[in-house]
Write a protein that binds this ligand. Structure first.
Ligand SMILES: N[C@@H](CCC(=O)N[C@@H](CSCc1ccc([N+](=O)[O-])cc1)C(=O)NCC(=O)O)C(=O)O
Length: 216
């Protein structure tokens, strides 16, 4: 029985590769694990059956036999550990790579996601412009720190790791907000991630699911 993930039916990102199942699809492709996808609409997301696995009523989830996981970062970590890929064997390098997973999800992504949220929740509010300016400045501070640390290196710490996989997906959202302007090394890093055949297979699969299920 193949592992099964959940993803959006008729994704609100309109196939732009921003929904968080992409990072799980990418990790599955990197470790060479075939998988099934259960596409959910918003009502199914919030149904008790789905909430039994994902208490917040979101995608993605990952099921494999008795194992049921939520949190895209945890699923990527599980796949990396189970398949012995995406994380170095050396204990010090391994925990540093896991540290970059946390940095992607806990330090960089929040400032970028906050911008996405404000542009939706505060749309039309008189304070939107000021709030977006403040959020953009905060996000660009984080991205500037990341750009400085990455420098001209191909990946964040040695070879490509699960930390890079998550960071690349965070930068894709930053790019969608125009936040990578002025950070050419982050643009190159993002493109390097997207050039990986596993990313391309993952994106193609997610995009095809959108095209099959989109409602105009
Ligand atoms: N921390 C969780 C967060 C998962 C999450 O945010 N899931 C979102 C989809 S990916 C985030 C996302 C949403 C929308 C777009 N978009 O472009 O429209 C892009 C990404 C979801 O299910 N949202 C439905 C809900 O919360 O009710 C994880 O990493 O797994």
């Amino acid at each position: 029985m193949l592992p099964t993930i959940t993803a959006f039916r008729n994704s609100p990102d309109r196939g732009r590769g921003l929904a968080r199942d992409l990072r799980v699809r990418w990790a599955l492709e990197e470790v060479g694990q075939p998988y099934r996808v259960q596409l959910l609409d918003f009502a199914e997301l919030k149904a008790p059956t789905h909430r039994a696995i994902q208490p917040f009523g979101q995608i993605p989830t990952y099921e494999d036999g008795e194992l049921a996981l939520f949190e895209s970062g945890a699923i990527v970590l599980h796949l990396a550990e189970r398949h012995g890929v995406l994380l170095p064997q050396d204990p010090g390098a391994r925990i540093r790579a896991i540290g970059w997973m946390f940095a992607a999800l806990n330090t960089v992504e929040p400032s970028v996601f906050e911008l996405s949220l404000a542009s939706i929740l505060d749309r039309g509010k008189p304070w939107l412009a000021d709030r977006m300016a403040a959020l953009e400045a905060q996000a660009r501070r984080r991205l500037g720190d990341l750009a400085w640390r990455l420098g001209d290196a191909p990946w964040l710490d040695g070879g490509f790791s699960a930390g890079d996989l998550l960071m690349v997906t965070v930068l894709a959202r930053a790019e969608a907000h125009g936040l990578l302007e002025g950070f050419p090394n982050l643009v190159a890093y993002l493109q390097r991630g997207r050039a990986r055949p596993a990313w391309q297979r993952a994106y193609q699969a997610q995009h095809e699911a959108f095209l099959r299920t989109r409602v105009e």
